[in-house]
Design a binder for this molecule. Structure first.
Ligand code: KG4
Ligand code: ZN
Length: 352
């Protein structure tokens, strides 16, 4: 039987989202699942820079130190008190185990203290869900997840996730970061390469070829990375020229983003999906965005039109508003999705 208190809780007004799966510690408050009242992010990025990548121990220590303050700031910005919260959503995976534990423990303790439901959500699914804050979610779509840890294509139908393909080696963001490191550029390399690439239209000086793969929708970036290493070793001196560096970045970016965008359109056509939804840190990439816009437009002239969802720039990177949104959606779907009986899972699969 649903008690009065429970039925009140079903009308979720304020959802707190908590994200601590990698180097960010974030809290956000969402009103009615549609309005972001506050979104606070504390990043430990600067502490990882000297190492050229995220150091798990530093990330979890930072989350432990930051979580209380980030939570307080999110409440203050939303002009709410702790008791106003109706629901808590927290990342339960995938990511760094130590960091996820911080968020999950905080969420469960707060949920118990306030006697409100807690929903553990999948970080990768949340990247896609970020697109639906204040927008109508299509029942079926192709999801493209591009981040520092993932490159996957999924077919989502009525909340069910079917993995169509994923990277067999490096993730796209990881490939950007490694190539940037090779070129002596700062971490994270994605935005830096993107900026340099935008300054050149010379895609021919450093050609890259597409890898051959068994899975139709799988990706691989280790070959591109090795090719980049050879180009660099063979032309080290030339790379001191900004022009050469820019044309190298443009070629690299064009090669990987043409391939990813082609595969995404193909997946949509094959699955007869009418929408494409993009998420993850690399969805901030200028060329990926423009290629998808172009290809969706071209397709519209002779086939079933496709609707393209690209996240706003603030929501491309790890944030807690997307976690709150997914938690809210899942709780509305079924109260059973709120159980404090879940644990951190660093290798949580999509749809699990
Ligand atoms: O989703 P995210 O914030 O963290 C993970 O869950 O991995 O993604 C971070 C990744 C980094 O590898 C970073 O280099 C990449 O996203 N990135 C970009 C751009 N902005 C961030 N890659 C290419 N172009 C960009 N504009
Ligand atoms: Zn992420």
């Amino acid at each position: 039987m649903v008690t009065v208190r429970e039925s009140e809780r079903l009308r979720i007004m304020y959802t707190l989202g908590i994200e601590t799966s990698c180097d960010e510690t974030a809290c956000a408050i969402l009103k009615n699942g549609t309005h972001i009242l506050s979104s606070v992010i504390s990043s430990s990025l600067a502490r990882h820079k000297p190492f050229g990548g995220v150091v798990p121990e530093i990330a979890s220590r930072h989350s432990l130190e930051a979580i209380d303050l980030v939570f307080e700031e999110a409440l203050q910005k939303a002009k709410l008190r702790t008791e106003d919260l109706d629901l808590i959503a927290v990342t339960r995976g995938p990511g760094l185990i130590g960091s996820i534990f911080v968020g999950v423990s905080f969420a469960k303790a707060l949920g118990l203290a306030l006697d409100i439901p807690v929903v553990g959500v999948n970080h990768i699914e949340a990247h896609l869900e970020a697109n639906f804050i204040g927008k109508k979610k299509p029942a079926s779509f192709i999801g493209l997840i591009v981040s520092g840890g993932h490159t996957s294509l999924v077919h989502v139908q009525n909340g069910r996730y079917k993995l169509l393909g994923e990277t067999v080696d490096d993730a796209i963001g990881e490939a950007y970061d490694k190539v940037a490191k090779l070129l002596g550029l700062e971490y994270p390399g994605g935005p830096v390469i993107d900026r340099l690439a935008q300054k050149s239209t010379d895609f021919g000086t450093f050609p890259f070829t597409k890898p051959k793969l068994d899975g139709k929708f799988d990706f691989s970036f280790s070959g591109v990375k090795t090719r980049a290493l050879h180009y660099y070793e063979e032309n080290k001196k030339k790379f001191r020229s900004q022009k050469i560096l820019q044309s190298f970045c443009a070629s690299f970016q064009e090669a990987v983003m043409s391939w990813i965008s082609d595969q995404t359109i193909l997946a949509a056509r094959e699955c007869q999906a009418r929408s494409i939804v993009v998420g993850g840190g690399v969805s901030a990439n200028s060329r990926l965005r423009s290629l998808l816009v172009e290809k969706v437009k071209v397709g519209a002239q002779h086939a079933v039109p496709l609707q393209l969802f690209l996240p706003s720039f603030e929501l491309t990177t790890d944030n807690a508003a997307m976690i709150a949104k997914l938690g809210h959606t899942r709780y509305q779907l079924s109260r059973r999705n709120a159980t404090k009986d879940f644990s951190a899972n660093p290798s949580l699969a999509i749809g699990e």
